[in-house]
Write a protein that binds this ligand. Sequence first.
Ligand SMILES: [Zn+2]
Length: 489
Amino acid sequence: MSPPPIRLFNTMSMQKELLETLVPGKVGIYVCGPTVYSYVHIGNARTFTSFDVVVRYLRYRGYEVTYVRNYTDVDDKIIKAAHETGEAPVALAARFVEAFREDAQALHLLEPDVSPRVSQTIPEIVAIIQKLVDKGYAYESQGDVYFSVSRDADYAKLSKRNLEELCVGERVQPGDQKREPLDFALWKAAKPGEPSWDSPWGKGRPGWHIECSAMSEKYLGASFDIHGGGLDLIFPHHENEIAQSESATDQRMAKYWMHCGFLDLEGAKMSKSLGNVVRLRDALTRVDPEALRFFFLSTHYRHPLNFADKALADAEARLEYFYETLRKVDERVAGKDFAAGPLHGEPGRFRAEFETAMDDDFNSAGALAALSGLFALMNELTDKPPVKDKAMVGRTLQALREEVRRVSSVLGLFEDSPAEWLLRRRDRAVRERGIDVAQVERLLGERAAARAAKNFAESDRVRGLLKEQGVEIMDTPGGTVWKVAPAST
Ligand SMILES: [Zn+2]
């Protein structure tokens, strides 16, 4: 079997390249994970969703994937947050690891194969720093250890930054332990009240960048296939990872570097200082998790994305349309046996379109467009079938439904039963709009009685009453169902 032709944009070469893995059929991927000093925000959630789909698609394409995503549980921000709450830094970090796992599960993110933590990787971190010191790439200074950037001939090859420009305005401040302004800390001498570990340079803790060099090598080897993260990590974090790893091992760290674009909030940059950071768990009280995934995936992962209430509402309405279609199709064909025979159109073409889009740098927006075509055909076949042969319509709907199942595991969408998803959506809309469910049910009963008595004027009147309250009803083969009508804006 020849490997599938997946192309991906490599930040290192700044172009799309064919995926040719180091070991045929296998992929090692490392993604920089969260710093667990607070709840994960939606910008990071977008990045992790993007790589979640990358991993799922590689598996769908038959690759054996090892997915590593770390937890930064030793960090200045954690120490600061712990001082504010009065907790031990390690305890605070452990609490937010658990919170992250809950949030990730709510968003249907796959658990990575390995989720290493800094606090559990100290021996490997110390070993790689020692190697850098021994090879002359790093130096000790009063209990700190720094990487000497001027020793690394190809420093900044990922970000293509100019070293002289980087140095402008930078100088070694009085009290700094480092020799040159661009040098960065690999190890920091312990300060009172901070978590610390023994090392050849005395008690201390790792700097931020070195953990990813140590963890990726530990679980994926000195050289591996894909390294991913948010766009904001290119410089200095990924640059410093490359400098550390490649100086220590004399091997290319990662073959492909993938970066996820920024997420803005209602047109503005999301930042702590602006006070407009949205936590994932808060967002999930307002929008369905699959609708949030749909919103993330409807823009290519490298492009900027604007998080806005209107866009979320649109995503949820779109998902409702998809689930309503699936409910209709399930009512029509689930569990039925249509004799073998020809199909209408070419149901298989949607899979080809889906794969073509995903093969092209994991273009989930294109993949969703292919799915839209599939759902449009499902609706046509259920509402106004273009062919008279009912068995052919049924067979084709079953084939299309199977295609939806096949791709839903790649996107992490449509994983719910349509009836349950629609009910949850309705419950939330009922709460938001303050609709009296008991009254709705009573009116539905009156309408059913009127219909049974063939009193259609009365049944229409009751339908009108429901509509005034924002309730839409649909008579389906499975009985009458109702939903909350879209809010008029
Ligand atoms: Zn990293």
